[in-house]
Write a protein that binds this ligand. Structure first.
Ligand SMILES: [Cu+2]
Length: 291
């Protein structure tokens, strides 16, 4: 328990430093160069959470901050107690130790207080779990299927539009494309819409994880798991499979492009032509899954 607290504290201290450095370098970037296209991805030396761009991620960040305050207070309190005991009750200052072995008041306190603290953490935590679980008013649905080692995206609302998303190899990357995160076909969705995400898998367990959107769901063969997202800003949001799923586990990134409604409609029309029957013929196993 204590080890965890210290680890958290160290991480938060590093985070504060990391954030300042990131803020300075961000300002420098703005001053020195044209602003890059908006994208959420890990940055070198980044220590904390990525910026929140969905209601779920905002709540995750809030819960994270609340728990940080609590663990910091507990750590300071326990450390203070230790120091007090070491100074006040060392062998020199307290040569004759007390002989008592029970103190009802203290025992009740150290049982009840931790329970209350856990309840205070549990209530928003459970509330968040249910908030993440599903949206009751989905504007559209995207089905995500994990495969060794690529993602398959299906749009049931768009006549079953279906395509695969593979990583782009290092030597094929353009200069502005991030390594290990760039894919050939992005998952394109509109901003400001409640998007229901259904995850499943065609082989082993994968996990669909996009940090800045607060989306993380297992993709399990034979099961469909639900979550949702509502993206607040057009841009590209990167993620990765974060369930060890075999040799090329690190080679199945997720790249989501959030666009305006008009752009989305245009993209849908284009995608329907682009991802025609050819692709499904090339993947007989997948063809069987398409209704
Ligand atoms: Cu995977």
């Amino acid at each position: 328990m204590q080890y965890d607290m210290w680890a958290h504290l160290r991480q938060r201290a590093a985070l504060a430093t990391g954030k300042s450095i990131a803020a300075i370098s961000f300002c420098l970037t703005l001053l020195l160069a044209a602003p890059p296209a908006f994208a959420q991805m890990p940055r070198p030396w980044q220590m904390g959470l990525q910026d929140a761009h969905s209601p779920v991620m905002e709540k995750i960040a809030d819960l994270n901050d609340m728990v940080l305050v609590i663990i910091t207070a507990i750590t300071i309190f326990v450390a203070g107690l230790l120091v007090w005991v070491m100074i006040r009750y060392n062998a020199k200052r307290n040569p004759v130790p007390g002989r008592w072995s029970h103190n009802t008041t203290v025992e009740v306190l150290w049982t009840v207080l931790p329970v209350l603290i856990l309840v205070v953490i549990a209530i928003p935590s459970f509330r968040l779990v249910y908030f993440e679980d599903r949206t009751f008013n989905p504007d559209m649905t995207v089905k995500v299927t994990g495969h060794q080692w690529y993602w398959e995206y299906t749009y049931p609302d768009a006549a079953g539009l279906d395509f695969n998303s593979y990583i782009v190899a290092d030597d094929a990357l353009k200069p502005d494309q991030p390594r290990l995160l760039t894919v050939d076909n992005q998952l394109v969705v509109p901003v400001g819409k409640n998007i229901r995400i259904l995850t499943t898998s065609g082989d082993v367990i994968h996990s669909f994880y996009i940090p800045s959107l607060g989306v993380q769901r297992y993709a399990i063969p034979g099961r469909t798991i639900e979550t949702w997202v509502k993206i607040d800003k057009p841009g590209v949001y990167y993620g990765e499979c974060n369930q060890i799923c075999g040799e090329n586990h690190s080679r199945m990134p997720i790249s989501i492009r959030a666009v305006t409604d008009t752009e989305f409609t245009a993209w849908l029309a284009e995608a329907k032509t682009k991802f025609s029957a050819n692709e499904t013929e090339a993947h007989p196993v997948l063809a069987a899954n398409i209704r």
